[in-house]
Design a protein. Structure first.
Length: 381
């Protein structure tokens, strides 16, 4: 998503300011005031207290801080707490640190299965908490999936976890600005956000962490952010982040309706133009409006990506962070798709800046793209 005009303007103005916000001189205090105003603005919009907003350098850093930091703190308090629970379809920013803890720090990793639409198995989770809740350090379930858009029942997860007072973290990076999102109403212990998904700058994220709680930091140094995330503040990025949050929340309902219309149009076109095409994920009412994952029979996603790219259409075969890795999506495999089906699927995403003419252009390109992709598939068989 391109940086929005309001975020770019806020970034440019703040970037001209002189002073480190951790300094006590007048210039530093002035920048610090802007930074704290941005913190309060973000907190008020997402239903959090300003002290619960911890700024990071990215959503990936925030996820790592949550997974590792909560795990280490909980195990320090009680060495029986050695289990990390995640869903089978987490973003690699959660999946990989959880697997790292299992491989290098002795954690036991348990992945909750999902059904064919990507919803986690709540009965599986409940049984696990009943049987082994005293051993669970944390539960991390993403609010919405980055590849298929499925929205998870996070409040139900929290209700199950509360039986054993287990902290719940949710990666809500994809959800911010697209659907209603409230830290306090969800009841989670921690929540991850990122600026660039809502038209803010890249390189700015946030971990929303329940006030009055401690986790083990990843970085040590200046003691910024409740001594949980040391490092010089990216004041311009943070102020621009707040501007993007304000803008996206102001227009959220309008943008939701617009993107949902685009999503449903694209689904209808794919099913009509490509016999046998299928949708990976949940129906529109239980999915983000900005993502649709479509399977095209007798194709390879690598060929499809190149052919669409030649038409000026950007799409992906999975998370952009893992693009280029030649393996089927772990998300689609967890849904029960075969490797062949997973390798025949593409994710299309769009934002408020897209229009119905973009969908119509894709419709015009689709027949020749699929024809060429299927011919290449047949030739390689």
């Amino acid at each position: 998503m391109p940086m929005s005009g309001v975020a770019l303007a806020a970034f440019s103005e703040q970037a001209r300011a002189i002073g480190n916000p951790s300094s006590v001189h007048g210039f530093g205090r002035s920048v610090r005031k802007d930074l704290e105003n941005a913190r309060e603005s973000i907190a008020s919009i997402i239903g959090a207290h300003s002290s619960e907003v911890i700024f990071t350098g990215s959503g990936t850093e925030a996820d790592n801080l949550a997974i590792k930091g909560i795990f280490w703190q909980r195990r320090l308090e009680d060495n029986r707490r050695n289990i990390v629970v995640i869903s089978a379809i987490e973003h690699h920013a959660v999946l990989d640190p959880a697997r790292w803890l299992a491989e290098f720090d002795g954690a036991e990793l348990i992945e909750i299965p999902v059904d064919g639409q990507g919803f986690i198995d709540l009965a599986f989770l409940n049984d696990l908490v009943v049987r082994r809740g005293d051993e669970i350090a944390l539960i991390s379930i993403m609010h919405s999936n980055n590849e298929i858009g499925t929205l998870q029942p996070i409040s139900d997860v929290v209700a199950i976890a509360e039986k054993k007072e287990i902290p719940v973290h949710t990666d809500a990076i994809q959800s911010l600005g697209k659907v209603e999102l409230s830290f306090s109403e969800l009841g989670v212990f921690a929540m991850t956000l990122s600026a660039h998904k809502i038209g803010g700058p890249v390189g700015v994220g946030a971990l929303i962490l329940r006030k009055g709680t401690e986790i083990t930091p990843l970085l040590h140094g200046g003691g910024q952010e409740r001594e949980i995330r040391s490092g010089t503040f990216n004041a311009a990025g943070i102020v621009a982040f707040a501007a993007a949050v304000q803008s996206s929340e102001r227009d959220r309902e309008k943008n939701y309706a617009h993107m949902k219309k685009l999503r449903e149009a694209l689904i209808n076109i794919a099913k009509r133009e490509v016999p046998g095409a299928w949708i990976n994920g949940a129906p529109s009412e239980h999915s983000l409006p900005s993502i649709v994952n479509i399977g095209f029979p007798n194709t390879e996603s690598d060929s499809l990506l190149l052919l669409f790219d030649n038409e000026g259409i950007a799409c992906s075969a999975g998370s952009a962070c893992s693009a280029g890795v030649q393996q089927p999506s772990h998300v689609l495999l967890a849904l029960g798709r075969s490797e062949k089906e997973a390798r025949s699927s593409l994710r299309f995403s769009f934002g408020p800046q897209n229009s119905m003419s973009d969908i119509e252009y894709l419709q015009a390109c689709l027949p020749r793209v699929i024809e060429r992709a299927q011919a290449a598939f047949k030739a390689s068989a």
